[in-house]
Design a protein. Structure first.
Length: 427
């Protein structure tokens, strides 16, 4: 191809790409025309609808983000750290400073399309990429519940995102890359048969539950990945915890654990192999303990359907140092054995076992280090109303590395040793 012709071809391609990009930006930035009058009947806030909406708010853990520490429930004002700056959760109460001037149609648009009442693009920290799957009936019930809350006068504060992440053009580009609205018009399935159980689990996990927002991992632009297969999981911004993959056989390996055990863990915060701590303890306390046994089972069955049933071939491990293991054994005898037992068996309903505990053997030891240095505090739930907590242990980096290495090599465990540098990074 001659140089002049090549240059014309390149210029034409560039013009086409720029035109396409401009069109995408225009479509996302122009907002939406004022919503036409809604032909459907108004949302009826009867007792059944309000109860259903309150249940759905628990399923989505809406109060978890939209309640500031010490603040009124659902009144917003909570700062949420992200890799791009701070997002401030909005006021969901029916005051004029919150949702008081919104309509049900505008609320559905926010849930399904990620747009505010005035059509502006919302930041995806509000997980509309998941809520777009919520059915109309459930969105309306949730709306009715929020309208029934006591109104709280608390104006929304602006986000503190670094430029350009909070700008409308940047959000438009992000949406073009990572968001496909589904506008959940399909009815929410009920868990009655085996197939319906899977559908119900998928609906809860991928929709209101937005589990992959933490457990699916995120790319460099903050888009969450899908659940299923190897990998997944991510560091939680602003917190010293990891959200492990729910399906990777080298992490939580839900496909290799019993359904009853996992349902119990989501209902009470404790099981025969583990206790939930850190941010997940808040999820259990505020959300999953309040769900019905059928819905919890549906969620677990769906997640297990994504996970391999057989363990993958473990990676080759570097050799462990004998003196380090001996030091770790002695530290365990000095600090841990009185509660967790000589065989790591713990005490049922009181102290979680360490043997066969997936937190101990995660490829990334961050959560194990955090539980030791920050203390371990399971949630208070109806099934575990008086949880026992573990005090923090301020051990030197070398001792903590030795202790965690020993834990990861004992009672049949075969996880990689932990170095003092890893401990330093985790702390």
């Amino acid at each position: 191809m001659r140089p002049a012709r090549l240059m014309r071809w390149a210029a034409g391609l560039a013009a086409t790409l720029l035109t396409g990009a401009a069109l995408v930006l225009w479509l996302n930035l122009r907002g939406e025309a004022p919503l036409a009058p809604d032909p459907s009947p108004p949302v009826v806030a009867d007792a059944g609808t309000l109860a259903r909406g309150a249940y759905l708010a628990r399923a989505g853990n809406c109060a978890g983000c939209h309640t500031a520490r010490g603040g009124a429930p659902y009144a917003g004002g909570r700062d949420i750290a992200t890799p791009f700056g701070t997002v401030v959760a909005g006021n969901l109460t029916p005051h004029a400073s919150g949702l008081g001037n919104w309509t049900a149609a505008q609320f559905r648009r926010a849930m399904w399309h990620g747009r505010s009442a005035d059509g502006r693009l919302l930041v995806p920290a509000f997980p509309y990429t998941h809520f777009t799957q919520v059915s109309r009936a459930d969105a309306d019930a949730l709306w009715a519940h929020l309208r029934s809350l006591p109104p709280v006068d608390q104006p929304n504060r602006p986000h503190a995102l670094r430029w350009p992440y909070g700008t409308q053009p940047a959000l438009a580009v992000w949406r073009a890359l990572f968001f496909q609205p589904l506008a959940g018009e399909a009815p929410a399935p009920a868990a009655t048969t085996a197939d319906a159980t899977l559908l119900r689990g998928a609906y809860l996990v991928n929709g209101l539950g937005h589990c992959s927002a933490c457990h699916g991992g995120r790319n460099v632009l903050g888009a969450s990945g899908a659940l299923g297969g190897d990998g997944g999981g991510s560091s939680l911004p602003g917190q010293r915890w990891q959200a492990p993959s729910l399906t990777d056989p080298q992490q939580l390996a839900m496909g290799q654990r019993s359904t009853d055990e996992l349902v119990q863990l989501l209902r009470t915060g404790l099981s025969e192999r583990a206790a939930v701590m850190g941010p997940m303890a808040d999820v259990v306390a505020d959300s999953t303990q309040h769900l019905t046994p059928a819905d919890l089972r549906a969620m677990v069955v769906y997640l297990q359907s994504l996970a391999p049933a057989a363990p993958a071939q473990p990676p080759a491990l570097p050799p462990r140092d004998g003196p380090v293991l001996e030091r770790g054994r002695q530290l365990y005898a000095d600090h841990c054995i009185s509660c967790h037992g000589s065989e790591g068996q713990g005490a049922p309903g009181i102290y979680p076992p360490l043997a066969r505990n997936p937190t101990v053997t995660l490829p990334d030891p961050t959560n194990l280090v955090q539980a030791i240095t920050g203390g371990g505090f399971p949630p208070g739930t109806a099934g575990n109303p008086r949880p026992y907590g573990m005090p923090p242990f301020d051990l030197p980096h070398e001792d903590l590395a030795a202790l965690t290495t020993w834990l990861r090599a004992s009672w049949g465990h075969d996880a990689a040793p932990v170095t003092p540098v890893q401990v330093l990074l985790a702390r």
